[in-house]
Design a protein around this ligand. Structure first.
Ligand code: OAD
Length: 251
């Protein structure tokens, strides 16, 4: 089912990068952003919900929306794709996992040292002074998608607590981005899994890897701009393709 050359390239690789996007969590029931009909940005206004200006103009709407998403993630479980990545890391010399996702399903599956390019739904901070904020222990009831909720206040400066995710117009966390760039440029194989490859600078990583000689592999049910760059385009769902690929490499 997989090309012999692909299995060999993975087997002899000394360093593998796995870059994931929302598609890797789709089979856990977490909606993606850009899939037709079900994607979050098909149904909600990204400018209002994912920008500092949107938060300042209506903090209750934005906080309620992220609490809805956090509750969804807390109620979800890792799927076979997340677990296959854990197994894969045990089989190869070095694996660097980079995610654009703000859920914690990679960590809950058992992946250590995940490089999070877009932050986390579970690590809010103060909008003004950036002090980290700990959520109360109680798991929120899953609020309705459009329900407004007042954000908590910072115990240090009394400004609003904001979601710990990267919004449009904001920079990626510097140390994470540096680690990701270095890994992409140094790896032998990069697997891009479940990302539309449309959001920069994350979309630059597979291109950098290909330029530096890595074999780029894409797993996605749909076409993306990365099809033109990837040496192997495996069309299908991550949870169905990845376990088979990992098993094929183990043989
Ligand atoms: P997108 O929603 O843009 O793309 C999801 C991709 O996953 C699409 O290409 C789908 O075809 C694919 N997909 C769907 N189901 C899949 C499955 N079962 N297995 C494999 N692939 C599947 O999500 P991202 O590329 O992650 O930013 O989006 C990048 C960023 O844009 C996100 O991190 C988010 C968003 O604005 C922040 O939250 C900061």
């Amino acid at each position: 089912m997989f090309a012999e050359e692909l299995i060999t390239a993975i087997k002899i690789a000394r360093h593998i990068v796995v870059l994931t996007g929302a598609g890797v969590s789709a089979e856990s029931g977490i909606p993606t952003f850009r899939d037709a009909q079900t994607g979050l940005w098909e149904n909600f206004d990204a400018t209002q919900l994912a920008s500092p200006q949107g938060f300042q103009s209506d903090p209750e709407l934005v906080w309620g929306w992220y609490e809805w998403r956090r509750a969804q993630v807390l109620g979800a479980r890792p799927n076979p794709a997340h677990y296959a990545i854990v197994q894969f890391a045990e089989q190869v010399e070095q694996l660097t996992l980079i995610t654009q996702n703000v859920d914690d399903l990679h960590e809950r599956a058992g992946s250590p040292n995940v490089i999070r390019l877009h932050g986390s739904l579970h690590q809010p901070r103060c909008f003004a002074c950036a002090s980290p904020y700990a959520f109360p222990e109680a798991i929120p009831q899953e609020p309705a998608a459009g329900r407004r909720l007042p954000p908590s206040r910072c115990p240090h400066c009394n400004d609003y607590i904001r979601p710990g995710v990267v919004w449009f117009g904001e920079s990626l966390p510097e140390a994470e981005w540096r680690r990701a760039e270095l890994a992409a440029k140094a790896c032998d194989v990069l697997l891009s899994i479940g990302t539309s490859a449309l959001v920069w600078p994350a979309a630059q990583l597979p291109i950098d890897a290909a330029r530096h000689g890595a074999v780029v592999v894409q797993i996605n049910p749909d076409q993306t701009p990365l099809n033109a760059v990837a040496r192997y385009n495996i069309q299908g769902k991550a949870g169905e393709i990845l376990p088979g690929l990992v098993d094929a490499v183990a043989l």
